[in-house]
Each structure stands twice: as structure tokens, then as C-alpha cells.
Design a protein around this ligand. Sequence first.
Ligand code: ADP
Ligand code: CDP
Length: 669
Amino acid sequence: MYATHFLDLPPLLSAGGTVHLPGSKSISNRVLLLAALASGTTRVHDLLDSDDTRVMLDALRALGCGLRREGPVLEIDGLGGQVRTAQASLFLGNAGTAMRPLTAALALLGGDFELRGVPRMHERPIGDLVDALVQLGCELEYLGNPGYPPLRIRPVAQAQLHLDAPIRVRGDVSSQFLTALLLALPLAATQRPIVIEVVGELISKPYVEITLNLLARFGIAIEREGWQRFTIPAGSHYQSPGQIHVEADASSASYFIALGALAAPRAGHDGIRIEGVGAASIQGDIRFVDAARQMGAQVDSGPNWLQVRRGAWPLKAIDLDANHIPDAAMTLAVMALYADGPSTLRNIASWRVKETDRIDAMAIELRKLGATVEAGPDFLRIEPLPTGQWRRAAIHTYDDHRVAMCFSLAALNPDGLPVRILDPKCVAKTFPDYFETLFEVVEPVAVPVICVDGPTASGKGTLAAELARQLGYHYLDSGALYRVAGLAARRAHLALEPSQEAAIADLARALPLRFDAGRVWLGDEDISDAIRTEAAGMDASRVSALPAVREALQALQQGFRRLPGLVADGRDMGTVIFPDAPLKVYLTASAAHRAERRHKQLISKGISANIADLRADLEARDARDSSRSVAPLKPAEDARLLDNSDQTAQQSVDQVLHWWRQVQPFSEG
Ligand SMILES: Nc1ncnc2c1ncn2[C@@H]1O[C@H](COP(=O)(O)OP(=O)(O)O)[C@@H](O)[C@H]1O
Ligand SMILES: Nc1ccn([C@@H]2O[C@H](COP(=O)(O)OP(=O)(O)O)[C@@H](O)[C@H]2O)c(=O)n1
């Protein structure tokens, strides 16, 4: 997951390959609640691991459910319809799929509970559900604004509930209210049937279908008359099915279906293959496939897989009532930029009460890219964005995972512009590794590299590692490779001189080297400290003067150039290894400053050192690095010089980030 302030997606050229998607959020949280209410133990396979499922699991744990993880399987001991903990305060983040059903279940279970979430959760309506529960005789109280969480629930005896008249609930704001009642009311249907009547037109019916489907798996067969009247039979009892598999998330699949439809084919691949969800899915969002086909995508499917290729190009404009695929339809809004005419998404008023007001959010961000968009109370109309008119935009994501994911598709723009996604970690709600998964199947125009070259102890490593951290880029400490080569040669008793050049190069080519969490491994040995001594630096400088050794390490270094970008530090990053890098920095500081820094660094590690010796050593190393015949230490012609003798490390970082913004600007407005 990228926990950076922003993530810059380089322009993308093509896509192809296979993706395995995480489990569906809607199915995961329903299954967790049903397993918790049921009698018996349920083994849940392929559960989604995300913010929303985590808050649900924390809540169930607090309610006294036994939860055990066995590798990829989660075992849940059901409460059998009885509370174990009669009092709890539960934090449910921004998870509507936890807040709504838990409100209903806890109101019926009997206990003293408080339910809270993040500030946005306290702006998401729950009044219609609370009204329905109060009608029934449950005791709920608003702790903040009426109609919204946080809530207080007090115990009531089942005997006090009014279950004879049908329970009426509005269906036109969120289908989650009905889902919550359907999931929870079997608790009270042991003696008599319970009828629920929907007031107003029910939206998002497919999500209710998921609910009914999963209730059936847990032994509860709801009778339905149209979408208006639901009867929970007398004697209903939740029974664990023993094992249950969570399908991959069909809404998450929408980004990859769109990718297959939008991207040019990637050499050696046959479009995008999506594993874990397909034609047999119980999720309503699988019907996104129909919409994508309507826009021109070629989609083949099996029960639990999809294969998507680009068909019509440009895509065909669409005019769609998207009420049946509210979440996935956001992806269509971005696809519409690549269509042959204006597209309209209708009947999407529910977007306004999701993680954010999604109609406004989509309109504002699409306009930032340069698009012409009309936003109505319950519709969105998007004009295609022609070549030459795209703009470099920093996309605000409103703590809404779907905004972040669907705007990543803007990186396929024909103008070859990068896209900045602000607060990329918001994808953790349903798909923590979304960007990593995307990067596995796309081919960028070029992966950006920032090179930091310069003499020893100028602060290259410090600067480069911090830049990489802030940008979410990979980091290459190329000096470490020469240090390891020097160490390996020493251990092999090879003289570090030209007579042994071929042997050292062979050794370097076959190094079983691994970088992991800031440590350097050679085979099974952590050699991070062994290569950091001054003697190891000298040895590195010696082997690095041998052309065959440099040659042997070249491909290894270039292999670090992976999405979303790379910061590389060394001596010849800008001159030899990445000559096309868009930003090259040549970092220097006076010999006196550098000797002093190295001295402090060594002392802080408990290694005794003498400034005069260090200075003599580093000047000798500078001389050798600068005078060698291959890849001598010198600034690339297009490098920006930075003398940081009088700067703090933070000032150097700020300076380079400033240059990077000049090279790669984004408009925020
Ligand atoms: N701009 C700076 N000002 C002061 N000290 C710095 C600066 N940059 C780095 N340092 C310190 O200098 C030492 C050497 O930096 P390092 O990044 O290891 O250099 P290099 O990779 O160029 O050999 C470190 O202890 C680091 O904290
Ligand atoms: N790209 C690189 C990186 C390091 N090196 C060599 O490897 C030695 C150690 O590099 P380093 O970056 O770890 O050294 P410091 O600058 O940290 O002292 C340098 O003195 C160079 O001789 C190189 O030749 N080319």
C-alpha cells in the first residue's frame, strides 16, 4: 500500500496480464456478521483484508466472538443468536457495511452499545433504519445529530417487540437499511414470521440479492414478493454452512475490465484476465461487464474469470440508468473520457450519500483533467476529452477509495501525461494493494528516475532514500552493489586489481543479493553492517574501477527501474545507467564538511574515527572515482548541481522536490 501524500502515475502505454482480486467487501462483511450470529463454527475463505472488514472484525471480537486465523482462512465461532458481551463501545470507521447491519443486530440482541465512526460516517444518514427499529420497539438514541451516527443502543426484551404489524423501511436512500433488517430480524423470528415492507422504490437491488443469497447459505429462506415485501419465516435460525468462499470483488474488477477495454494490447499478453469473479457471480456489480461491452469492450467469461480486450476504439458513448451498478458505474465516468460522444449516467442519486458526495467529486475531478461535465441531482453527463486537451491534474480523492481507483485510468490518456493521485492510501477501504496490482499489468511510456550522483559522504543516500519515501518510489543504493562485490571478492581471496577483473566480474554477476526492508542480504547472511565500514568503501571503490565489474552490475541496476518510479544514488546514475532520467542531481559538499559528517556518522554508530584520516581517505576515493577510465565520477551534462555544505538534509530534500515539481508539474485547481 502507498502511504505517501500522493502517488504519481506515469503515462501508460498498454496493458496485459492476469490479476487476482481481493474478496468482495459487501460479501465479506455480510458473511462475518452472519457467521457471528449463527450457531456453529464457520471457516471463511478468501475474506477481504481491508479497513472496512477490519473494523467489523474488531467489533465482533468486542462482542465476544471467537476468531482464529489459519493461514488464508478465518474461523469464526458463532454467538448462536446470544450476546456474550452486554456492553461495548464500537468504532466502525467509515464502513457503512458494518454500521448499518450492526445497528440492527445489536438493537435486537439486547445490550448496551455505542456505535461510532469517522467524521464522514457521522454525516451518512441512518435515520430511516433507526425509525424502523424504533417502530419495532427497539431503543436507540442519537448521540450527535438526529438521523446520523453516533448511536446509543439500550437493551430491550424480545417480548416487548411489536412484531405483528409489517415493519416499514424506506428503500430509496440506501438499500443497506433493508439489508440490515434482513440480516438482523431472523433473531426475532423464532416464534412468528416477520414481514418487512419497503416504502418508496428500492434502489441498488443487486445488493439486496447478495443479502438474500447469503442468508440462504446460513439457513434463512426469505420469501419475497417483488421488491416491496419480504417475509422472514417463523422458526428462522442462523446455521453455519461450515465453509464459505468469498468471491473476488466485482466492483474492484471494474477497474481492470475498464483497463482491458481502454489500453492498447501489451506485447506477449492477450488482454487482461481477472481471476476470482465471473459470470456466476452473485454480485450485482458484475453487470458492469454489460456496460463495458456496450462501450465496446470485448469480454469473455467463465464462472469465476473474465478476459477483457480492447474492442471498439474510441469507446462508444453510453447513456445508462446506472442504478443497478452504483459503485462500479463511477468507472464508466472515467471511461467516458475516451468515448466517441457525450455519455450520461442516470439515476445515481445514491452517489451523494456514499463515502463522499460522489456526483460532485467526480465532476470536479474530471474537470481538472480538462473534461466538460454536467452534474445534476441524480445524473452526470461527460463529454469525451480529445487528444491535445488533457491536463496534468492532481486528483483529490475525498477519502473515497473508488475515486482514487477509477482516476488511475486517466493515466492512459493519449497526451502522455502523468496523473497525480492524492492520498492514495484511501484504497485501503477495499483494495489495499490496488496500485501494486495495477503496476503488474501495465506498460508505462517510461518509468521516471531521479538520479543523485556525487562524491562520498555528500549525503546522496540520505537524500535519495528520503525522496523515494516521499514519492513512493523504489530506491537503488548502487554503491551497495559495489560494496557487496568488494566484500565477496575479498572473501574469495581475490586481489582487488585488474589481474582478477574477469573473476570478480563473474562473482558480481552471480551475487545472491537481496534488499529487504532496508537491509542487504547475501544469501542467508545479513551483510548490511559489514559493507558499511570505511574499508569496505575503499574496496568498493577498487572493484568499481574495473570495467567488467561495472558491466556485470549494469543490468541488475537497471532492473530497479520499476513502477511507479525510482530514485537512484551513486556515481554514474545520470551519466551511464539512466541517461534518459528526467531529473539528475549532482550533490556535493566541501571535503571538510563531508569528513565531518562521516565522522559524526561513524561515532554515532560507535565506530571510532579520526577526521583527518577520514578526509584523506575520502579525497583519495574521490580522486580514484573521478580519474578512472570507465564511468568516472562527474556531473551529467544535464545535471543540476547542489552544493549542500551549508544545508541541512531537509533543505536538500526540499530543493530537489522543488526541482521535481518543475520537471513534473500538476495543477491542483
Ligand atoms: N545536507 C546535509 N547536511 C548535513 N548532514 C548531512 C546532509 N546530508 C546528509 N548528511 C549526513 O551526512 C552523513 C553521510 O550521508 P550519506 O547519505 O551516507 O552520504 P553518501 O550516501 O553520499 O555517502 C549522514 O550521517 C547524513 O545524516
Ligand atoms: N554508481 C556507483 C556507486 C558507487 N560506486 C563506487 O562504490 C564506492 C562506494 O559507493 P557508496 O555510494 O556506497 O559510497 P559512499 O558515497 O556512501 O561512501 C564508491 O566510492 C564508488 O567508487 C561506483 O563506482 N558507482
